[in-house]
Design a protein around this ligand. Structure first.
Ligand code: DX5
Ligand code: ZN
Length: 222
């Protein structure tokens, strides 16, 4: 599978976001990962649907909205109408509300014609989201606890990637996108890809780099 790189604008300078999006287009990145934080599911607050709406006309790259929010269903409309290509929601946030909330939210996202995905934190077994795999276009394995960029990759996630890929294959979804979010670097990217992930989020790795295009290329091929 070809690897796709999803730079996270969480690590970007919000005052020059338009310029940054244009640079990302030229860097060889495939998605733009938009980290949405509500100050409750995670401590910080970042931005809402307005950010996606404003950057949408500037790029053809896939806009990947990662909703770290307590009540994801209430936000779907805003992100779908803003032009997100894929919206992912947290198992943990949904499970707190009800047993069926995750599936309902994924179906709601799809009803807008937008791709959907489920996210698990590092301490949640990937098996917990097996029941919704058939509904998902992408599954996201957090390799740090959500909330902040620049954290260290949690190595236990390698096994989870293998488990997720094997399960996707077993249900006839060998091509499913498996995204890894948190602590991806030029040093660990090869091992993450070898384990079976094909979408790598990279915040600090891309934004701290003096040559974004070279970094994106090394994350794909090193
Ligand atoms: C963490 C976010 C990540 C983060 C990744 O809550 O979901 O997307 O920005 O940043 P790095 O690559 O610096 O770990
Ligand atoms: Zn993220």
């Amino acid at each position: 599978m070809t690897t796709k790189i999803a730079p996270s604008i969480l690590s970007a300078d919000f005052s020059v976001m338009g310029e940054t999006v244009k640079k990302l287009e030229k860097s060889g990145a495939d998605l733009i990962h938009c980290d949405v934080m509500d100050g409750s599911f995670v401590e910080p607050i970042t931005f809402g649907g307005q950010m996606v709406k404003n950057i949408r006309p500037l790029t053809k790259l896939t806009l990947d909205a990662h909703l770290m929010v307590e009540h994801p269903k209430t936000q779907i409309k805003f992100f779908a109408e803003a032009g997100a290509d894929i919206i992912t929601v947290h198992y943990k946030a949904c499970r707190k509300i009800s047993e069926t909330y995750l599936e309902e939210t994924l179906r709601l996202i799809k009803s807008y014609g937008v791709k959907c995905g489920a996210v698990v934190n590092p301490d949640v077994p990937v098996e917990n989201i097996f029941p919704v795999f058939p509904l998902c276009d992408m599954v996201v394995l957090m390799s740090v606890f959500p909330g902040y960029g620049g954290q260290k990759f949690i190595p236990e996630v390698f096994e989870k990637i293998k488990t997720a890929r094997a399960y996707a294959v077993s249900i006839g979804r060998a091509d499913m996108d498996i995204e890894i979010d948190g602590g991806v670097t030029e040093e660990n990217a090869a091992e993450i890809r070898a384990a079976g992930a094909n979408v790598l989020v990279a915040g600090s790795a891309v934004f701290k780099s003096s040559d974004m295009a070279a970094t994106v290329s090394r994350l794909k091929n090193n």
